[in-house]
Design a protein around this ligand. Structure first.
Ligand SMILES: Cc1cc2nc3c(=O)[nH]c(=O)nc-3n(C[C@H](O)[C@H](O)[C@H](O)COP(=O)(O)OP(=O)(O)OC[C@H]3O[C@@H](n4cnc5c(N)ncnc54)[C@H](O)[C@@H]3O)c2cc1C
Length: 385
């Protein structure tokens, strides 16, 4: 489901792409829209200032410096600052008394590249967020022992759900949010708790989060408090202080909504993206769509909230959006079609239809024969008694 709204992933790409395939997709996107000529790699923006005539022109003066130290000044009509919110990792080392005497390596997930440096070592990954989970799984194939530490537990949800379909395509649907909105929060949490416990009993695995509401809150990773962390180490005889461990924590604690900084971390996807889309003028009008183009309207409402929905109307309207919505499930299926499975032939289908039709006729005929007998017995019974 994750892709640029006007550029679906090639249909042969897997449903969950790895880093090199994602890079390939970015390159395809840049190539398709001929963007490379506009991108200045290895160039730092040093300053962004309003021009002296800003009140009339609305223009900005941007000073950049390239990797050879060459400075350049550019004039732009608009500036978008997309400097990223994951660029300053936090290592709250002061929360871990005695950490300064720890002889192993300490890194943040931000610095993690691959498992090679940890081969044969014992590693603790602190924090059971997405990155923590991914890294722990990868390390477990190389390390002697891998620990994944969590303070309050977490709901472990696979990437694929019922019938092996991608989680996001299945869950992130407008109709679901509507239904959840109508039901009491506690009930919704309870339903989901039962669903998630079908795969793993979270209590059995010691993972059950404390509160139900955690289920719908963010995937923010909490740092283990020092005392609890010590406990993990003490209770893990396999873990020695010669091990390296990876600190994987989010760098910001965010509490308000909506806020651009918080957005990617802690909000419900559909209401949040709709609120932005409304401001831009691209939020799909479901009622109107259902009337005008029911095939698309039904998919927009009942189907995955895929990004093409925001290209149907308004600024940036894309003529391919309709087709992209109609074929979204085909792109999920395509990478799985690595071998052809013979479809039941039309002959055998007709044979089955013929057989079942024949069986139905025989049953009807017998029933016509037997039913009067029952009638007769019932009419005869009083006489017999
Ligand atoms: C360890 C880790 C794992 C992650 N795993 C996933 C994952 O599996 N799936 C997922 O969807 N997301 C993942 N994320 C989150 C994802 O990387 C971010 O949400 C996403 O990259 C944010 O995109 P962005 O464009 O806002 O910022 P960024 O991708 O951070 O891009 C900001 C860019 O601005 C540049 N920049 C900053 N200041 C300047 C300047 N002064 N001049 C010029 N350039 C500048 C930076 O160099 C950077 O290239 C992960 C993040 C981290 C840290």
């Amino acid at each position: 489901m994750m892709c640029y709204s006007d550029f679906p992933m090639p249909d042969h790409f897997p449903n969950y792409v790895n880093n090199s395939t994602l890079l390939q997709y970015f390159r395809l996107y840049a190539g398709h829209f001929n963007l490379l000529k506009h991108i200045h790699f290895q160039t730092t923006v040093r300053s962004v200032r309003q021009r002296p005539d800003f009140s009339n022109s609305g223009q900005w003066e941007v000073v950049t410096v390239d990797r050879d130290g060459r400075e350049e000044t550019h004039v732009f009509d608009g500036v978008l600052v997309c400097a990223g919110h994951y660029t300053q990792p936090i290592k709250p080392l002061s929360d871990f008394p005695g950490i300064d005497t720890f002889p192993g390596t300490i890194i943040h997930s931000w610095e993690y590249k691959d498992s090679d440096p940890y081969f044969g070592k014992r590693v603790v990954v602190v924090g059971i967020g997405n990155s923590g989970g991914d890294i722990a799984v990868e390390l477990s194939r190389a390390c002697e022992k891998t620990f994944l530490s969590t303070r309050k537990g977490a709901w472990v949800i696979g990437r694929v759900v019922g019938r092996g379909l991608p989680l996001d395509m299945t869950m992130v649907r407008r109709v679901r949010y509507l239904i959840y909105g109508l039901l009491p929060h506690a009930l919704v949490s309870l339903i989901w708790e039962r669903i998630f416990n079908q795969r793993y009993d979270h209590k059995l695995y010691g993972l059950q989060p404390v509160t139900l509401s955690k289920l719908f809150s963010s995937l923010m990773i909490k740092v283990k408090r020092s005392s609890e962390f010590k406990e993990v180490i003490n209770n893990s005889p396999e873990l020695s202080f010669q091990t390296g461990f990876i600190l994987t924590v989010n760098q910001i604690s965010l509490h308000s909504y909506p806020s651009p900084k918080l957005a990617a971390l802690q909000v419900d996807y559909i209401p949040y993206i709709d609120s932005i889309a409304k401001e831009v003028g691209v939020r799909p009008n479901i009622a109107w769509l259902l009337l005008k183009d029911p095939a698309v309207g039904l998919r927009v409402f009942f189907g995955p909230c895929s990004p093409y929905q925001f290209r149907l109307n308004g600024p940036g309207h894309w003529s391919g959006a309709r087709q992209a919505i109609l074929t979204q499930w085909d792109r999920v299926a395509k990478p799985m079609k690595t071998r052809s499975i013979p479809e039941p032939s039309s002959f055998s289908l007709f044979s089955w239809l013929g057989l079942s039709g024949g069986a139905a006729l025989i049953f009807a005929f017998s029933a016509m024969q037997i039913f009067p007998l029952f009638l007769n017995i019932r009419t005869l019974l009083p006489l017999l008694l």
